[in-house]
Write a protein that binds this ligand. Structure first.
Ligand code: FMN
Length: 144
């Protein structure tokens, strides 16, 4: 499958998760175009992908960071979008990874989501990432 994986990461936590997801997808034989979103980038959005995976950190009490919002504006609303993110419960459990919830609502997607506290560093996190990848791929396969 051709997959676009775009992520926003300020201090590197979300990048670590994105890299693990990308590595897992490539191990499973998928063709992944991955990049970090940035204000002035020229995104490879001319072609379409079979699946879009977007990841972001969360800012300002549950909000989506501005660079990811800008990217989503350029992306539009493709059919198959899965979300993931990192955050910190110290910002309030109700705001934890709020960007994931907001993006999910925006896209109206029912793909599984993944939320990691700060950076992935335990075996449990690694397993959660693998499980997320498999669940997303399984859901995409249902419509092929
Ligand atoms: C100004 C600011 C606001 C934040 N607000 C939230 C928040 O509302 N909810 C949350 O889960 N995390 C919040 N965080 C924590 C970050 O989302 C978290 O550290 C994340 O893992 C950072 O990802 P990154 O390293 O990819 O940038 C906030 C961090 C900063 C700096």
């Amino acid at each position: 499958m051709r997959i676009l994986l775009a992520y926003d990461s300020l201090s590197g936590n979300t990048k670590l998760v994105a890299d693990e997801i990308t590595a897992e997808l490539r191990t499973l034989g998928h063709d992944v175009t991955d990049f970090r979103v940035a204000g002035d980038a020229n995104y490879p959005l001319d072609e379409s992908y079979d699946l879009y995976i977007l990841g972001a950190w969360t800012v300002d009490y549950g909000r989506t960071p501005p660079d990811m919002k800008d990217f989503i504006y350029e992306l539009g609303k493709p059919s198959h979008v899965a979300l993931f993110g990192t955050g910190e419960t110290q910002w309030g459990v109700e705001n934890f990874c709020g960007a994931v919830d907001r993006m999910q609502k925006f896209f109206g997607t029912t793909y599984p989501t993944l939320k990691i506290e700060q950076m992935p560093h335990t075996e449990k996190d690694r397993q959660a990432i693998k499980k997320y990848v498999q669940q997303v791929l399984d859901k995409r396969s249902e419509t092929l």
